[in-house]
Write a protein that binds this ligand. Structure first.
Ligand SMILES: Nc1nc2c(ncn2[C@@H]2O[C@H](COP(=O)(O)OP(=O)(O)OP(=O)(O)O)[C@@H](O)[C@H]2O)c(=O)[nH]1
Ligand SMILES: [Mg+2]
Length: 349
């Protein structure tokens, strides 16, 4: 293991230097604050494993992932938690305005993750003298792109997400919303899940009632046939089932033959589902992607909306907050999102 001690004027400065020199896999071995020439300095000792494989990777530039990477990654995540614990005293909340401090402490209590809090803290601290509107700063971390034709002109909309999160309901609500916003648009549904009975029947029933063509397409051939049969539909919603643990979204798109079409993906997530960050990794694709938060009416806390936005940068496109089909989904709206996060006020349909 290569071990080195770094010193700087702030913890962030030191961590950045460590990351630059030793890379993201560096492990923090110790951390302390001390006085040097009458000023406070931060000293962190970090190490990195120099395995033969890593050295070979550096020399050859090969991007091959070393074996055991998952374990190493888990270990690193744990250590990162310790770093943020160590950093807490360095986050001098009293340097913020009282409003900013109360907001950050509240978000921390609500479950906004430490790395996200550190990002907020740094930006708020830098902007303090400018009397920055705190909400404006926080909102800049949570992008919003509400579900409207102007924002989402693509013809194909793929709605996916974990099992039971509300995908089929969301597809129906989005279709009704699009029809309401653009009464002349012709809408069609394609369901890629030919196995699960209940959601299929609901989708088919509502498609019939609303006069929207409905197709089932579990594979490439049926998908091509369904897309063809959609004819001149302006907007096609593809209801795609959740991924099994060992499945990847990109593989699923290839299996359906739609990986290189122009589409927009909406991932339905609910704040009360666990391990969203890990789940999301499997839903990665080259398509533009947004998040639709569902079952907000069943959640106790809404910190995950902030965590996921900061971690992924994906905008929120819609909010869903009830089991009924009507009046339970709105295009994402910044004010409603922050009322939800800060005051637990559900959106109004
Ligand atoms: N409380 C509440 N219930 C919801 C919401 N959205 C959907 N549901 C309910 O959640 C259940 C599952 O919804 P579906 O739309 O079938 O979920 P899905 O993700 O398509 O499920 P699978 O296709 O089986 O993976 C249904 O009973 C819906 O009525 C919501 O925002 N709030
Ligand atoms: Mg479904």
């Amino acid at each position: 293991m290569q071990v080195k001690t770094y010193t700087g004027n702030s913890t962030k400065e030191v961590l950045d230097a460590i990351k630059n020199e030793l890379g993201g896999d560096a492990v923090i071995l110790s951390s302390r604050e001390r006085q040097k020439d009458g000023r406070r300095v931060y000293e962190i000792t970090a190490g990195t494993e120099r395995t033969e494989q890593n050295e070979l990777k550096e020399k050859t530039g090969s991007s091959a992932v070393p074996s055991g990477w998952d374990d190493w990654h888990k270990e690193w995540s744990k250590l990162k938690e310790h770093i943020y614990t160590l950093m807490q005293p360095a986050l001098q909340f009293d340097k913020l305005t009282p409003h900013q401090r109360i907001a950050l402490e509240y978000l921390q209590r609500e479950g906004v993750e430490d790395d996200v809090i550190v990002e907020f803290y740094n930006v708020l601290l830098a902007k303090k003298s400018e009397e920055a509107s705190m909400l404006k700063v926080l909102a800049s971390f949570v992008p919003v792109k509400s579900f409207m034709f102007e924002n989402y002109p693509q013809r194909l909309h793929i709605v996916t997400g974990p099992y039971g999160v509300g995908k089929t309901s969301t597809v129906l609500r989005l279709a009704l919303l699009r029809k309401q916003q653009n009464p002349h648009h012709r809408i069609a549904f394609i369901n890629t899940d030919s196995l699960r009975g209940n959601g299929r029947l609901v989708l088919r029933h509502w498609a019939d009632l609303s006069g929207f063509p409905y197709f089932e397409a579990p594979d490439k051939e049926s998908m091509f046939a369904a897309l063809k049969a959609c004819g001149d539909a302006n907007c096609i919603f593809i209801d795609m089932q959740g991924l099994a643990k060992n499945e990847k979204f990109e593989g699923k798109l290839r299996m359906l033959g739609i990986e290189s079409m122009q589409a927009h993906v909406h991932i339905a997530l609910s704040p009360h589902y666990q391990y969203l960050k890990d789940i999301l990794k499997r839903y990665k694709s080259a398509f533009p992607t947004s998040v639709i938060w569902t079952k907000l009416d069943e959640a106790e806390h809404f910190a995950e909306l902030v965590n996921i936005a900061v971690w992924t940068g994906m905008p929120i496109s819609a909010l869903s907050f009830g089991a009924e089909l009507q009046g339970t989904l709105i295009p994402a709206d910044e004010a409603q999102i922050w009322r939800l996060i800060l005051k637990h006020q559900l959106p109004k349909g």
